[in-house]
Design a protein around this ligand. Sequence first.
Ligand SMILES: [Zn+2]
Ligand SMILES: [Zn+2]
Length: 418
Amino acid sequence: MTNVQFLHGLKTIGGNIMAVTTATSRVICDFGLTGPAIAPDQIDQAIASHDLPALPEIFHGEADAFAHEAIFISHLHLDHTGALPLIKSDIPVYVSQKTYDLYQVLLANGMAQPFSVQLHVLPFNQPLAIGDLSVTGLPSDHDVVGAMALLISDGLHTFGYSGDVRWHGPHPERVAKWVQVFKQRQLDLLMLEGTSFSFPDEADDQPHPARTEHEIAATLKAIAAANQTDLIAITLYARNVDRMIRFDQILRDANRTMVWEIPYARVIHTFAPDLPLTVLRETDDHQPLPNHWQVVGLAALQAAPERFVLQNDFRHLEWLALFNQVTYLHSNGEPLGDYNPRYKQLQDFLTTHHFHFERLAASGHAKQEDLVKIAQMVAAQCTIPWHSFHPELEAQAIEAAHAKTHVYLPQLNEKLLF
Ligand SMILES: [Zn+2]
Ligand SMILES: [Zn+2]
């Protein structure tokens, strides 16, 4: 008998953790937190208050009933990885190759918290046996490099796990492919994220559909062409490597030089080693730089601001005060929004200096209609919406579309038997 258990994150954005279990084997998908970090001495309390999944044996390094078990991480976001640093057991943790590479470069540059776990690579499209279960990672599209969907099978039943996904990103073919694979495998269960169903009140005052990576790239191109006076500054998200590479290329074509802070450049270099990046001298980390990189200082940018675009981490916001005119593009970098007190600091700074602010953001999560489309196309026996503040709205939308699937909203720690 196989069971699927929902251990965390049924009605939150992220923190979703599920386990597929047989008599001898256990596969756990994702291991995130939704709240603040938890100290090791608060583990039992956090399990009791449901802030951590009820897996004390993993947190305390105690023996359990499973001869074979592993954790699979769909992508490198805190809401999918935040509990990893609390693991005490030697349970192997699998990620995609790109997630592994991203983690290593972020760690080396002080941009990620370390996990002291047994981290392994799960190559895409190759089933890995965990006792009598098997797990396959399928490349997907999200706003972090290396994201994957997961397919788990016990030989008789098949369970699909969407991870976080969007169908309006730069790689829609990846999503189309795993949706097709899920459909062909005639899933017993599809666990489907539902982030875009989280904010029903806001949906009404957003007449414009979510912007795509393609659209924001085109907007950047237009801004760079139209603006012949300002320094353009951009705050970017270092884990959205596709976007960083695309922006660098667009600006190169527009005869503006993108100037990267060195830690961000090292992330890009991991995935695009041939790109001849230009980096900012003031962010020197005293490690050797690739020969084909250029180094410029802020003084060069001050001399000809219209020739450059500066990637600006919030920690270095003050550097922008060196310039008379700045167009500040907010492209999903930190601070992300109002909920972060630093966002007001950013806005105050820009207002004080009379700098122009423009949002250049695209969501990492599928639009509502795309989530419904995924549920319809996969047509699993049962679809479970989660990773949303309102999974019931996603459930209603799937039902309203007459998708050939039964929609179910499980309870915390509920076990579905197969
Ligand atoms: Zn998430
Ligand atoms: Zn995510």
